[in-house]
Design a protein around this ligand. Structure first.
Ligand code: SF4
Length: 114
């Protein structure tokens, strides 16, 4: 049995066909597709970008992101933790706002200075 998916690692968007039993990948145009397909089936991950509350800055929210991709089943919990943040300016781009969120080895950092 095969699972069809689109590789999202680059704008080319190859249409992948992944064998659910053997994890063999067809349809990829580069080796990254052979890694993405099986990972998407077994442990799908995404980078998380969102905003957090900040006071004392020209904007009320500051863009934040994860330092690496997060398992899909942890995204909602990460969002809840980020929602709890009440940051005070100044914040510099790259500042670690939450270290090792949910103990998954990923930090939440500021995407810009405010
Ligand atoms: S398989 Fe390679 S070329 Fe195709 S979308 Fe993925 S990263 Fe891009």
């Amino acid at each position: 049995m095969k699972k069809e998916m689109i590789c999202i690692l680059c704008p080319r968007g190859c249409r992948l066909s992944v064998d659910i039993d053997t994890l063999e990948v067809l349809g990829h145009s580069c080796p990254r597709g052979t890694q993405f397909g099986p990972q998407e089936l077994t442990n799908a991950k995404r980078m998380l970008t969102t905003t957090a509350t900040i006071v004392g800055a020209i904007h009320k929210r500051i863009p934040v992101r994860t330092t690496s991709s997060v398992p899909l089943d942890k995204i909602f919990e990460c969002m809840k933790e980020i929602k709890k943040l009440k940051l005070i300016a100044p914040i510099r781009r790259g500042d670690i706002l939450i270290e090792n969120i949910l103990d998954i080895g990923v930090d939440i950092i500021a995407s810009r200075s405010l």
